[in-house]
Design a protein. Structure first.
Length: 112
């Protein structure tokens, strides 16, 4: 007798990575920010800053980091912030002060 196989279908194919409401690249941004806060805490502690002051600084910056990253994730979604940054780099106007192309076009029209 043959045993029957059970295959589970992965329904998450081609969906963005999501963790606790964070989508795609925002997970990496939050992780990088947390590593930066850890390094900042170490630097402040080694420099001799009071531990409670270090905790207050790191705690407030960490809260700001979480608030900002979750806000961007909620507002812009998976690719929205990257599209906004790319759209900001597109020039509004292209200016060309050279007449070379214009003169070539005039010469081409005269002979045709």
């Amino acid at each position: 007798m043959m045993s029957s196989s059970v295959y589970h279908i992965n329904k998450g194919i081609n969906k963005p990575i999501e963790f606790k409401g964070l989508k795609a690249q925002y997970i990496w941004w939050l992780g990088g920010g947390l590593v930066a806060l850890l390094i900042l805490f170490a630097i402040l502690y080694i420099c001799g800053t009071n531990v409670f002051i270090c905790l207050i600084i790191i705690g407030s910056l960490g809260g700001l980091l979480f608030f900002t990253v979750y806000k961007y994730s909620r507002n812009y979604g998976e690719h929205g912030l990257l599209k906004k940054i790319a759209n900001a780099s597109i020039p509004k106007v292209i200016k060309n002060y050279s007449l070379i192309h214009f003169k070539k076009q005039l010469l081409h029209e005269e002979f045709n």
